[in-house]
Design a binder for this molecule. Structure first.
Ligand code: 0O2
Length: 212
């Protein structure tokens, strides 16, 4: 397929990612200006590269005309939270919005992947305005804690390094590290209220200073 056609398809997904990042970042700002704890710590996003789209189409035997229907993560948003409890709160916020419609979810928190991967995934429908009119797209939203993200980032680099042939001793260490991440998230949750209080009062202080 011509590069021009790829660019034209992917540009709507780029718009969706940009709009969604702005919207989630605005929520963080709103919480902070209202002296409230934000369940979202950070948001990032990306559009899948043409080469990884081609690889996925080949791996799953997806013809070009079915790509936008069958590849649900052409556009991806990642929402990072401080605590595991925040993940459900963010999912509730998304479900309540009129501009995002949830198509499906994958709960890798209750069903951890064999690799040790944990995260909560949603596929949503999101509409962007293009020169040809509105276009309804699928976007994958991954919601996870800072600790889960730390593990997933490192494991992803190792997967890349070993190209699917991870030595057993590395797999085993990653599995042990995944257990440590579960324990860390549980420990942080147990002091959540205290941390939230501390963060709220320091946020109030900085809002007061910026008001002066
Ligand atoms: P990238 O670079 O993040 O885009 P498939 O995409 O075929 O593997 P499926 O069912 O389409 O699987 O999607 P799934 O499993 O819900 O989510 C796939 C995405 O979740 C991956 O995207 C990763 O971002 C993340 N993910 C899933 N499993 C793991 C894992 O074991 N380790 C890590 N680090 N991340 C995982 P991509 O396209 O693989 O990568």
């Amino acid at each position: 397929m011509e590069i021009q056609l790829w660019r034209s398809i992917l540009s709507s997904y780029e718009l969706a990612v940009q709009e969604l990042i702005i919207k989630f970042e605005h929520l963080i700002k709103e919480y902070r200006t209202n002296d409230r704890y934000s369940p979202i710590e950070e948001v990032t996003g990306r559009v899948k590269s043409i080469s990884s789209l081609l690889e996925k189409m080949q791996r799953k035997n997806i013809p070009m005309f079915r790509m936008e229907e069958e590849i649900e993560d052409i556009a991806g948003i990642r929402i990072i939270c401080q605590f595991e409890e925040d993940i459900a709160e963010v999912a509730r916020m998304i479900a309540a919005r009129k501009d995002m419609e949830i198509k499906s979810e994958k709960n890798y928190l209750t069903h951890m992947k064999e690799s040790g991967y944990r995260s909560y995934h949603l596929i949503i429908y999101y509409t962007v305005e293009t020169i040809y009119g509105p276009k309804r797209l699928q976007v994958e939203i991954q919601i996870r804690t800072l600790a889960m993200n730390f593990w997933a980032t490192i494991e992803h680099s190792l997967q890349y390094k070993y190209k699917g042939n991870m030595p057993p001793h590395v797999t085993e260490r990653l599995s042990k590290a995944a257990d440590a991440i579960i324990a860390l998230d549980q420990e942080m949750s147990s002091v959540r209220n205290e941390i939230m209080d501390a963060q709220n009062s320091s946020q109030m202080q900085s809002n007061l200073v910026s008001d002066i």
